[in-house]
Design a protein around this ligand. Structure first.
Ligand SMILES: *Cc1c(COP(=O)(O)O)cnc(C)c1O
Length: 390
């Protein structure tokens, strides 16, 4: 695709106006929204209101004016991105912490099943957290196996299968309904990590009949650095799963100040401590900024951007490690190169911001909200220059 052709496609793109909703510095092509989403313009005003009016003027009264119910309210806004009911999602803590809660809860749910099955090479924190979680439950163990060995590893001792829907390095995507079915056939639960999926590809937890899930607020949802994460538990499990980090905010009556813990109703029990309101407000503004956009339209443009970038990679002789079939991947493209670290360093110096993933992966997020075809073509030109001098 030539730059002129790319510009013509951008001019005809129904999403072209969305870029104005984000603060993006001049001279930068931002291909890292899968790691840290950019700042939505609406977030600036929302944070000012939160700080000056809600905190500054309303002070503690704000807890009764929208702060206290923000975890479930924002969870409700997020639900449409993952095919969940508004009463099946809550926003709290980090993805890592929420994973811990769910793995321990799943292990305790049926003590006759003691094994957590996951994928070797899963996002490190998922495995680290699983390691820590099994150490908290007597007899529990973690079994992380390569993708090819997963189906066989799931058996009648499996308590929960912990899978990341879209792989952070390769962008490979699991077939959610099929793997959920596989876990259920063995009598196991499944927990999906949707960090690289939410806001990037269509997700339907309800249709897949998934049990529980977690995901990230600061990637494709543009909730700000370290934004609160979300946690999903299917309605049918909500009464039977307990949060092992049982804090007062998840209590049935937090302001009853009773000594014994009594789990709150529905998703409320997954709260632990006081919500970080500045961060909650930024996540809510991020979600509000894209509330009118359909994931199908986003995913279609992301797939088209991928094809342009994959064509550039082919022409440059790069090894693409992401699936060519759009249905089998997320919204980023990755190439393997022995000099990946140095190449990415030079790309970033030249204003093309992607990222490097150890040991040899060049990763580029293709976020259709603010990336156009001309951006990809220009990024490809810079990449070609950098490779020539490598
Ligand atoms: C980004 C990401 C996380 C992030 O976890 P934090 O607790 O926010 O640091 C977890 N899992 C996966 C798969 C991710 O991509």
């Amino acid at each position: 695709m030539t730059l002129d052709e790319a510009r013509a496609r951008d001019a005809a793109d129904p999403l072209r106006g969305l870029r104005e909703r984000f603060v993006l510095p001049e001279g930068v092509i931002y291909l890292d929204g899968n790691s840290l989403g950019p700042l939505p313009r609406a977030t600036v005003a929302a944070q000012t209101d939160l700080i000056e009016r809600q905190w500054g003027a309303r002070l503690i009264r704000s807890w009764g004016e929208g702060w206290m119910d923000s975890p479930s309210r924002i969870g409700g806004k997020l639900a449409r991105w993952i095919g969940a009911g508004a009463d099946e999602v809550i926003v709290a803590d980090s993805t890592s912490t929420n994973l811990f809660k769910l793995i321990v809860a799943a292990l305790r749910h049926d003590p006759t099943r003691t094994v957590v099955v996951s994928e070797a090479g899963n996002f490190p924190s998922d495995l680290h957290i699983a390691e820590g979680a099994v150490a908290c439950v007597p007899g529990a163990t973690l079994r992380a196996v390569p993708r090819e060995a997963l189906a066989e590893a799931i058996d009648d001792r499996t308590a929960v299968v912990l899978l990341t829907h879209v792989h952070y390095k390769t962008s490979q995507r699991f077939d959610m309904p099929a793997w959920t079915k596989r876990a259920h056939e063995a009598g196991a639960l499944i927990c999906w990590d949707l960090s690289h999926s939410t806001g990037a590809v269509p997700v339907d937890l309800t249709q897949a009949n998934a049990d529980c899930a977690v995901g990230c607020g600061y990637k494709f949802l543009n909730g700000g650095p370290g934004a609160p994460a979300f946690l999903y538990v299917a309605k049918r499990h909500q009464a039977g799963f307990d949060n092992p980090i049982s804090g007062w905010m998840g209590h049935a009556d937090p302001f009853g100040f009773a000594d014994p813990y009594e789990a709150g109703p529905g998703m409320e029990r997954w709260r632990t401590g006081t919500p970080a309101m500045l961060a909650m407000g930024a996540l809510e503004a991020g979600l509000d900024s894209i509330a009118d956009i359909s994931i199908e339209v986003l995913a279609a443009k992301s797939a088209a951007l991928f094809d342009v970038f994959a064509g550039i990679g082919d022409a440059l002789g790069l090894e693409c490690v992401s699936p060519r079939d759009a249905g089998q991947r997320g919204s980023h493209i990755s190439f393997r190169h022995a000099d990946a670290r140095a190449i990415m360093g030079r790309l970033i110096d030249a204003g093309v911001i992607g990222d490097f993933r150890d040991p040899d992966i060049l990763r580029f997020g293709l976020t259709p909200l603010y990336i156009g075809y001309a951006d990809i073509v220009r990024a490809g030109e810079v990449l070609a220059q950098v490779l020539r001098h490598d």
